[in-house]
Write a protein that binds this ligand. Structure first.
Ligand code: SIN
Length: 541
């Protein structure tokens, strides 16, 4: 950051340091001063954990139309076709943009891109860096960010709530003015004032007991945007990844779908390759179908896990193509080259989120967003594997273009924004209240709002969510803010909104399967489920 105003007063405030946040920040930094705030360390993002890669129609045998078709097919009637086209058309350009920033993708011996295949893709189209594509992207982008004189990167900073003109009591359309941010090292909440605010806070996998997501995925951006008045959509569509390693110490370690793309076969405990019974694409069927098939197999057999068998590819291939997965499995006692590894589904990706347009803008003026925090219209009822890193870049770029063009017209945000008031808040005396509530939410979400739902389960979950709401609210306002409390409040709200979306959708489609409404009902539900705080029957949290 050059000498000048403090990073608490900037042109662009970026919340989150995954692919979307960093890409946006790099573009915006050519036009103004940027602060990127991130909850823990900068690399603690879902991007960093992405194994599969970036889907893009770059092969001679592939086409934008084929990528479009596969995305629409996975999305089960709810993708917005103009959005899908907008994104997949930018596949090759996105890959070039990432390469220019220093991201390396694996190449074939002849120099062309090495392409992986994943569920729902009609052909190989996933560019990757071994099995740690996200880590490579995060490395390259962070290096650029750290070297940029116009960017301040602030770790250990938790966004608490958005600053908006409505909150400040200003007339006119609701506009974003920045955010209240907790500096967790010093325990102080500051106002970060900005002309443009960009949400790139990622998803909410921590709302479920078992998840492939890192600990930061507590739905903060979704919850903050909702509280600020933004429209959310499709929160009921939570994607469960079919294959996380089943091991008490593995903490839902992901086994990339690319393993099935290279010939991995799912087997029951008795050795049956069962996926052909569920879908013509067998092990490479769309993810919702594979996860539900595994769930059915587990419920029918009473087994704890099914098995992923990639023995046929041998140790040399596995070590070269999947070095991290192979090593981690070995550390935990499984040699993939010699034995099938036990796997179970786990919560992986939130397809719902803050509604954005083709410029990545939300319905709060000057609040832009990209990545998992959004519902852009790309994923519909089920995200096609490896479309999300692509989406993050495409919308970060579109948002940066629009935001930078608008910047010269925007006045600096007003000085008279109220400081955060802790009031009579005390130091929290019992952390157990937070862990207890957090645990309870994640359990009832897993048991009642998981892969297979029913009206009764959803009603039970809603009762629990509403009961907890009062308790968490009371705790929130009586005790001094701490990271765990911020995340718990957000997680509780995301849980409630997921249940709300699931209860409104009285059909089964894509990732939402309800035993009491097992059919897809296009006549009544071929539309987004919109959620707005202003439509709540009672004051929201
Ligand atoms: C995977 O590698 O299986 C995850 C890819 C994705 O979720 O897009």
């Amino acid at each position: 950051m050059p000498p000048g105003p403090h990073p608490r007063e900037v042109d662009f405030l970026v919340l989150g340091s995954g692919i979307a946040g960093l890409f946006f920040a790099l573009q915006a930094a050519e036009h103004g001063r940027v602060a990127v705030i991130t909850k823990k360390r900068a690399a603690d993002s879902a991007t960093n954990f992405a194994q599969g890669g970036v889907a893009a129609a770059v092969a001679g045998s592939d086409s934008v139309e084929a990528h479009l078709r596969d995305t629409l097919e996975a999305g089960a009637g709810l993708c917005r076709e103009e959005v899908v086209r907008f994104v997949v058309e930018r596949g090759a350009h996105t890959i070039e943009a990432l390469r220019k920033l220093g991201v390396e993708f694996d190449l074939e011996a002849g120099g062309g891109f090495a392409l992986g295949r994943e569920g729902g893709h009609s052909q190989r189209r996933v560019l990757h860096n071994r099995d740690a594509t996200g880590r490579e992207i995060e490395r390259a982008l962070l290096a650029r960010i750290r070297a940029h004189p116009n960017v301040a990167l602030l770790e250990n900073h938790y966004a608490v709530d958005l600053l908006t003109s409505a909150r400040a009591g200003q007339p006119g359309a609701n506009r974003a003015l920045g955010a209240y941010v907790l500096d967790s090292r010093r325990g102080a909440v500051h106002r970060f004032r900005a002309r443009i605010t960009f949400l790139a806070t990622g998803g909410a996998g921590k709302v479920y007991l078992y998840t492939s997501n890192p600990d930061i995925a507590s739905g903060d951006g979704i919850a903050m945007a909702y509280r600020a008045g933004a429209t959310l959509a499709n929160m009921e569509f939570f994607q469960f990844h079919p294959t996380c390693l089943y091991h008490p110490q593995a903490k839902s370690f992901l086994i990339s779908e690319a393993v099935r793309g290279e010939g991995g076969v799912l087997r029951s405990a008795l050795g049956e390759a069962f996926m052909a019974r569920y879908h013509p694409m067998a092990d490479l069927a769309p993810r919702d179908i594979v996860a539900r098939a595994i769930d059915t197999e587990l419920k029918q057999s009473g087994a704890d896990a099914v098995f992923l068998d990639i023995r046929a590819r041998g140790a040399d291939f596995l070590q070269q193509r999947f070095p991290n997965i192979y090593r981690r499995c070995l550390e935990l006692g499984f040699d993939m080259a010699r034995e099938p590894v036990p796997v179970v589904p786990a919560a992986h990706y939130c397809c719902g989120g803050v509604v954005t347009n083709l410029c990545g803008e939300t319905d709060i003026e000057n609040l832009f967003a990209a990545g998992e925090v959004t519902c852009s219209g790309l994923h519909g009822a089920n995200r096609l594997a490896s479309n999300s890193l692509l989406e993050g870049v495409v919308f970060a770029e579109a948002a940066a273009r629009e935001a930078c063009a608008r910047l010269p017209e925007l006045p600096p945000p007003p000085q008279n924004i109220e400081p955060w008031r802790d009031g009579d808040a005390e130091e929290p005396s019992e952390a157990v209240v937070i862990t207890q509530n957090w645990d309870e939410i994640r359990r009832f979400m897993w048991n009642y709002v998981g892969i297979v739902r029913s009206d009764k389960r959803l009603a039970r979950a809603r009762r629990r969510a509403l009961a907890l709401r009062g308790e968490i609210d009371e705790y929130y306002w009586n005790f001094r803010l701490a990271p765990g409390l911020i995340e718990l409040r957000n997680l509780a709200l995301v849980a409630r909104l997921t249940i709300e979306g699931a209860m409104q959708r009285r059909e089964s489609r894509g990732l939402h399967y309800n035993l009491d409404h097992p059919q897809r009902d296009d006549a009544n539900f071929c539309r987004d489920t919109l959620l707005r705080k202003s439509s709540e029957p009672r004051p929201g949290n």
